[in-house]
Design a protein around this ligand. Structure first.
Ligand SMILES: Cc1ncc(COP(=O)(O)O)c(C=O)c1O
Length: 373
């Protein structure tokens, strides 16, 4: 049997929605983006949403909106996808890496507080990794005490809640990804959500070169536009938005499937299963990624691949230990024990709503056999 690491949940409804846009005259950012933005802000209970070309561009725009740049320090967890830290580099600021809890992969808030006592920090980008949220109540308390902005990297956690709080509700910005393997996807894509209305017009402009009028606003009219300041090409197309709308409308149903699959893995793998699920009232994971931690990862992952099971490692190297960060800032092995513990052991497993019971049984049986667990 072959079980791929990922299968998207695009069905006939999404295909029809894309075809409808393709048959219309308007392909670039348009009415479907606006509809998706309203659905997203309603779903998250925040005031504004803007669709973007990716989560990376959303994170970049959030840093720009807050005026973060040269000479500023921005906290980033050591275990994340490189994009979280790279955007800090792109605005000319310096990432300050904080280790993560080896049981959950989430940023260690005690270590963060130690850093805040010693250094002045302009912003923090907590990552709700694997689908569970950093304790935003605790983090926003710290942001008030020490005076820094919070930008949430919620690429993994659209459906997540922690103590009744959703991404975007206790921060300046939360950024989402609709990349090919995310819980809902348009191949590439992202969104930025926020409550402060004073950012809206500027960010809408900055995601499209800084133009004062978008193509949609100029469509069918002869009007001149201006450019108050140069922006980026960070907009999402109308057909990408169209394929996300039906997925967002059935996100709870998709989430129930993901949750059931993770529960079966947990039961099967017991103490080897990872991450530990946070059990607090009003809290749930988006169940984006799940896996196991094993000492002999390389050999076992290769054997699982040989037996037709798609596996991955999120992430195989903590960001500060990637070559450029090591060479530029002098980070070394041993500096981030929590992140290194996970990175050296993690195998992420197939997790998607269309994974059948038979497929999951095959994954479980094979992992148990190969890993001897
Ligand atoms: C935690 C995290 N942050 C940011 C990103 C960047 O997302 P995108 O590919 O939409 O730019 C990803 C993508 O995989 C991610 O996993």
């Amino acid at each position: 049997m072959k079980v791929p690491f990922f299968r998207h949940s695009i069905g006939e409804e999404e295909i029809r929605a894309v075809i409808d846009v393709l048959r219309s005259p308007f392909l670039t950012t348009g009415d479907k983006n606006e509809e998706l933005e309203h659905l997203l802000s309603d779903y998250l209970g925040v005031r504004h949403a803007l669709t973007t070309s990716s989560c990376t561009s959303a994170l970049h725009l959030a840093l720009i909106a807050l005026g973060i740049g040269r000479g500023d320090r921005v906290v980033v967890p050591a275990l994340t996808f490189m994009a979280t830290a790279n955007v800090v580099i792109h605005v000319g600021a310096r990432p300050v890496f904080v280790d993560v809890d080896p049981a959950t992969g989430l940023m260690n808030l005690n270590q963060l507080e130690d850093i805040l006592r010693r250094q002045s920090i302009k912003a923090a980008i907590p990552v709700h990794i694997y689908g569970q949220m950093v304790d935003m109540g605790a983090l926003s308390g710290m942001s008030e005490r020490y005076g820094f902005h919070i930008i949430e990297d919620a690429a993994h956690s659209l459906e997540a809640v922690r103590r009744g709080i959703k991404p975007g509700q206790l921060s300046r910005f939360a950024c989402f990804s609709f990349y090919a393997t995310k819980n809902i996807t348009s191949g590439e894509g992202g969104a930025l959500v926020f409550n402060d209305s004073s950012h809206y017009e500027r960010l809408k402009r900055m995601r499209l070169h800084g133009m004062s009028l978008s193509a949609r606003e100029r469509h069918g009219k002869f009007v001149k536009y201006d450019m108050p300041e140069p922006g980026w090409k960070y907009n999402m197309t109308n057909f990408q938005a169209a394929m996300l709308i039906p997925q967002l409308k059935r996100i709870e149903e998709l989430h129930r499937r993901r949750s059931a699959i993770v529960n079966r893995y947990k039961q099967a793998f017991g103490p080897f299963s990872f991450p530990r699920i946070i059990e607090e009232d009003g809290t749930r994971s988006a169940y984006h990624l799940t896996g196991i931690l094993l000492e002999d990862r390389e050999k076992i992952a290769r054997e699982l691949t040989r037996r037709g099971i798609g596996v991955s490692a999120h992430y195989p190297t903590p960001v500060p230990l990637l070559r450029w960060y090591r060479e530029t800032f002098g980070y070394e092995k041993g500096m981030f024990p929590g992140a290194e513990y996970i990175a050296d052991r993690i195998i992420t497993l197939p997790l998607y709503p269309s994974l059948t019971q038979e497929e999951q049984d095959y994954v479980i049986r094979t992992v148990q056999e190969v890993a001897g667990i």
